[in-house]
Write a protein that binds this ligand. Sequence first.
Ligand SMILES: [Zn+2]
Length: 258
Amino acid sequence: MSGFLPDQPGAEVRVSPNFGPRRDRPRPDMIVLHYTGMASGAGAEAWLCDPASEVSSHYLVHEDGRIIQMVRESDRAWHAGKSSWFGHTDINSCSVGIEIVNPGHSLGYKAFPKRQVDAVIELCSGIVDRYSIPAARVLAHSDVAPGRKIDPGEKFPWKALFAAGVGHLVPAAPIVPGAALKTGDTGSDVEALQSMLALYGYGVEISGAYDRQTEIVVGAFQRHFRRRRVDGVADNSTIRTLERLLASVKAAAIKQSR
Ligand SMILES: [Zn+2]
């Protein structure tokens, strides 16, 4: 294929050969945000278009705000890998993937420039509008692949997106001293925590035991929704924030059904 018209007005097109057909649903109903985790944006763009890499994303957003489309939105890009949300594991088939240029945690993680964030907002708004994607399905790679992935990371400005009408967020509950659920704990409180995480969409086994996977998923939750402390310990603030988030989804669903 030599090229295509961009789905997002204003995006530049650089075709990646790394894609296939969407498997079980014709239209995306989720956005997954990533960082590139490479030294340069140009290098990341080349890698995502290299047949040898066997990875791709629909879009890449450079630090200067330039948006590159590499895979058509109607096709399945290869960005999410082994992942799950609400028990659905073929995230590549249901999502649009956006790679945001940033060296990432291992090469000098840094703040995302405003121009880049503005471009991400504009792009996400366009995709949300085209497919009526629910706010709570604009997610981090770390949300759908906890334990394996931590991008786009705790510096990603979810608040700025939310303020512009993209994604789902509630104010994080304040961190206060007190008891917390942590690795090794067991019982109904742990089970309730796991159930709430699963009710939001996270892939967590509801066992009543605060095991390694629970710690990892709590960390993923914190990285997105309670960024001040990402430690995998379910303190009062983490649990209250999760409760607020679920209450807000429920309120939005009731509003929509009226
Ligand atoms: Zn990623």
